[in-house]
Design a protein around this ligand. Structure first.
Ligand SMILES: Cc1cc2nc3c(=O)[nH]c(=O)nc-3n(C[C@H](O)[C@H](O)[C@H](O)COP(=O)(O)O)c2cc1C
Length: 205
């Protein structure tokens, strides 16, 4: 039986070569981010932000702080996927719709905020860990969303973090975790590469 999720996982490639002539509409960009935000996050804090870099000027700015990687210029868009620090502070607002929808009782939302505040306050390492967890899951979801829309994608960590913060005027609480290029891949991209043997990476406990 055809399994679309399995097929997508096995066929996705990390795209580096894009057709520079093809762009994406605002509607496509919005749909990509809408789907990416369906990623899970601790306490549903949704501690992330997506900067869609798609104008020629913004692409040039990003390429300059990404070691000149050409795919930033050629892809239709490169998302700067940020994780946000201090998730406990924005949680009451993030959780309100779950309470309003009758999914999460107000008492549970309040308890989550109290737990997160207790854990996060004065613990910058945990705040950073949570920012990376949320943004990484969002980045993978963004790539799967792109594949599902017939687009190609690629993750990138080859960028100068401080320079990206400066170039895109990110807030001190916004950590650029990953770049995700999305667009129309050319036929000369590498196929998906072989992975390490399962016995090297898997432990049954
Ligand atoms: C966190 C992360 C950072 C990466 N950074 C870059 C990058 O800066 N430039 C690049 O060309 N590819 C980058 N890649 C792509 C990897 O090289 C690619 O995912 C890996 O070789 C596996 O490719 P495959 O999934 O097509 O088999 C990155 C991938 C990940 C997950």
């Amino acid at each position: 039986m055809f399994n679309p999720i399995k097929n997508l996982i096995e066929s996705r490639v990390s795209t580096g070569r894009y057709d520079p002539a093809r762009s994406l509409s605002d509607q496509q960009l919005t749909e990509l981010v809408r789907l990416a935000t369906r990623a899970p996050s601790a306490f549903n804090a949704q501690n992330w932000k997506f900067v869609a870099v798609r104008s020629a000027e913004a692409k040039a700015r990003l390429k300059a702080v990404s070691f000149g990687q050409q795919q930033v210029e050629d892809a239709a868009v490169t998302f700067i996927v940020c994780g946000t620090l201090g998730a406990h502070r924005s949680m009451p607002r993030a959780l309100q719709p779950s309470v309003a929808a009758g999914i999460v009782p107000q008492s549970v939302a309040d308890a989550w905020v109290a737990m997160a505040t207790e854990a996060h306050q004065g613990n910058p390492q945990l705040q950073r860990d949570e920012a990376f967890r949320s943004a990484s899951l969002a980045a993978m979801t963004l790539m799967l969303a792109a594949e599902g829309m017939g687009l190609s994608s690629g993750a990138m960590s080859g960028f100068d973090t401080d320079a990206v913060v400066k170039a895109f005027e990110l807030d001190a609480s916004e950590v650029p975790v990953m770049l995700v290029t999305i667009g129309y891949g050319l036929a000369n991209n590498w196929p998906q590469k072989p992975r390490r043997p399962l016995q090297d990476v898997m432990v049954l406990a």
